[in-house]
Structures are given as structure tokens and as C-alpha cells.
Design a protein around this ligand. Structure first.
Ligand code: ADP
Ligand code: MG
Length: 339
């Protein structure tokens, strides 16, 4: 599909951990880690995205692998701009179509100045025009929630760097909260646990793999064991250790509890009418962290509320952003018709 001027619309989910690009009529065509490998001294980028993540933990002293966003804010603006430009060029190699219009979804914690800078970066990367959408709004639209009704909808996004919980009603955010805990904190908890319990040094990527394969938020019907490999902290040699689902669950207990606290705090601070709506409609949970085994069951146990999972928790935000842009058009048209 094309917009009024015959050009494709593009939606970008600029996440702390992953960036996704959705092109109208094509779907999600790019999903890569929000990472840049660069020369430490000159700050020249060497690799971006998947390639940069692969280099993590394998670089010589003069190269560093960084995340331009951390804890839901842009900490390295120049790198963020370079990354965005690289991803857009990769997703839209054929520029004969002309400049696309872009909607960019940003973490809800970023400032107005950063909004402007993200739009500048997008325009620099080739956008004709750009619109910013806040993450909880995009998540709710992507999940198909009726956010324009006068009733509360609770959305929880468990990302890499942050967990965002928001109550939406009448198309806007009524209350929200962003906590610096998510998938990355889980990886770190596994690294700390392996060091303490097995004298084993693990890399960040290995810790993430262990979390995805073995991690859980509550006891599972089938518990199992697996070998994990790292470096012995005492001898410095490679070492293999056998661990269990129960042990990894114990390792993850702190960040999982912190994520659940973010949810409970939001429920506590929600006006009673809206809280009652949320109780009926349940909690919609999105983001990569919601894929942790048993997370939904644990949320249900702790809050007594129904939990609604979406089909693709990693893509729902970018899909929602694209839908936001489409509805933005009809709102503009409505405003124009009225004036
Ligand atoms: P962000 O929006 O912050 O970029 P995402 O929603 O893309 O984050 O989620 C990324 C996080 O989800 C990472 O920390 C990743 O390890 C985690 N993740 C992805 N798949 C799983 C899984 N199956 N189990 C647990 N965590 C997962
Ligand atoms: Mg996200």
C-alpha cells in the first residue's frame, strides 16, 4: 500500500536492545540488535546491528561494542544516529520510491529534546517527514486494545533495559512507569550467579542463551539440566558445569521480582475506576522479556489478574507504530475537513 503521495510509510521501533523496521505492504523487514562496534579513539563505526553483537566479547583493545540506548534513554547520540542511518539504508535499498515518511517509536522515558534529535536523525537518514509515538501507545495499538474508549487498559512491556507499565484510556497514557530492569538485568543475574556458585566466568551472549533455554519465572511441568560453558575463575581455563532449571530460576529471582514490583506499583497508583477496568480486561504483556517461561503464570499468581499474551511480543510495537501512522492520517484528514 502507498500513502497519498505514492510513497511507502516506514515504522521504526528504536528499542534499547533491538531495532525493528516495518515497511508498509512488506511487513517487518529488519530486526537487529541496537548495537554499534566502533574504534575507541576515533569513534568511527566498524559494524552495526547483528554484526556488532557478534563481535561483543571478541574485540581487540582498540574496538568497543556499545549500545547507543541504555535504560530507555539515548546515551550515545552520534552512534544512535549512525545506527539508524545504517538500518534505514539496509531496509530501503531502493530509493527510487522517493523519501518515505517515518514513524518512530521511542521509550517513554526520553525527553522532548531527544524527541527532536530522533526526528532529526530520521530525517538525516532519509525521512521526508517523521512522527514520534510513545512506546506504550504503540504496544497497545499493536496488541489491538481499544485504547480510544473511556476505559482503562493496562500494558506491560518487558524489554531489554527497561520494563514499562502504562494504563491507557481515551487514546492517551493515564499513568505510566519505567523501571530500569528487564532482559539485560536477567543476563547479568545469571553471570553473577555462575561466578558465585560455580566460579565460572560467562560472557553476556552465553548468559542470554542460558536464560532463553533454561530460564523461568515459576516451577515448570518439566524441569531439566543442561551444560554451560565458560572460563574457570580460579584456573583461567575453559570449564563446563551442569546446571538445572531450578538453579537458573533462583539466579533470576531478583530481576523477576523487580519486574513484578513495577507492575504492582502501577496498580497501586492507578485511580480506582481504571483499576477496576484493568481487573476485568487483564494485563496485556509484550516485549522480549515476556517470553521468559512461566512469566505470565507468575504475573497471574502475584496479581490475581488475567494475563493476555500477544502472538508476537517482539514485533507488536513496530506493527502498532505503523497502525498509529495510518490512524494519524485519518485524524489529520478529519481535522482538515473540519477547518
Ligand atoms: P527492547 O524493546 O528493549 O529492545 P525487546 O522487547 O526486543 O527489548 O526484548 C529484548 C529482550 O528479550 C532481551 O533481553 C532478550 O534476551 C529477551 N528475550 C528474547 N527472547 C526471550 C525468551 N525466549 N526468553 C526470555 N527472554 C527473551
Ligand atoms: Mg521495546
Amino acid at each position: 500500500m502507498f500513502n497519498a503521495v505514492g510513497q511507502r510509510d516506514v515504522a521504526i521501533d528504536l528499542g534499547t536492545t533491538n531495532t525493528l523496521i516495518y515497511v508498509e505492504g512488506q511487513g517487518v523487514i529488519l530486526s537487529e540488535p541496537s548495537m554499534v562496534a566502533r574504534d575507541k579513539a576515533t569513534k568511527e563505526p566498524i559494524a552495526v546491528g547483528t554484526e556488532a553483537k557478534f563481535m561483543m566479547g571478541r574485540t581487540p583493545a582498540n574496538i568497543e561494542v556499545i549500545r547507543p540506548l541504555s535504560d530507555g534513554v539515548i546515551t550515545e547520540f552520534e552512534a544512535c544516529e549512525q545506527m539508524l542511518r545504517y538500518f534505514v539504508a539496509k531496509a530501503l535499498p531502493n530509493r527510487r520510491m522517493g523519501k518515505p515518511r517515518m514513524v518512530i517509536c521511542v521509550p517513554s522515558g526520553i525527553t522532548a529534546v531527544e524527541h527532536r534529535s530522533v526526528r532529526d536523525a530520521a530525517e538525516f537518514a532519509g525521512a521526508r517527514d517523521s512522527v514520534i509515538v510513545e512506546e506504550p501507545v504503540a504496544a497497545a495499538i499493536g496488541a489491538g486494545l481499544p485504547i480510544h474508549h473511556a476505559a482503562g487498559n493496562l500494558v506491560m512491556d518487558i524489554g531489554g533495559g527497561t520494563t514499562e507499565v502504562a494504563v491507557l484510556s481515551l487514546g492517551g497514557v493515564v499513568s505510566s512507569r519505567s523501571d530500569k530492569v528487564g532482559g539485560l538485568a536477567m543476563d547479568k543475574a545469571i553471570i553473577d550467579y555462575a561466578a558465585k556458585e560455580y566460579n565460572l566466568a560467562l560472557g553476556e551472549r552465553t548468559a542470554e542463551e542460558i536464560k532463553i533455554k533454561l530460564g523461568s519465572a515459576c516451577p515448570m511441568p518439566t524441569e531439566f539440566e543442561a551444560e554451560i560453558r565458560g572460563r574457570d575463575l580460579v584456573t583461567g581455563l575453559p570449564k563446563t558445569v551442569v546446571t538445572t532449571t531450578a538453579e537458573i530460576r533462583e539466579a533470576l529471582s531478583e530481576p523477576v521480582a523487580a519486574i513484578l514490583d513495577a507492575l504492582k506499583f502501577t496498580l497501586d497508583a492507578t485511580p480506582p475506576e481504571l483499576a477496576a477496568d484493568c481487573m476485568d480486561r487483564g494485563i496485556t504483556v509484550v516485549g522480549g522479556g515476556s517470553l521468559l517461561a512461566g512469566m505470565d503464570r507468575r504475573m497471574n499468581i502475584e496479581t490475581g489478574m488475567p494475563i493476555r499474551k500477544v502472538a508476537d511480543p517482539l514485533e507488536v510495537v513496530v506493527v502498532g507504530s505503523a497502525k498509529f501512522l495510518a490512524s494519524y492520517d485519518s485524524l489529520q484528514a478529519l481535522a482538515a475537513a473540519k477547518s
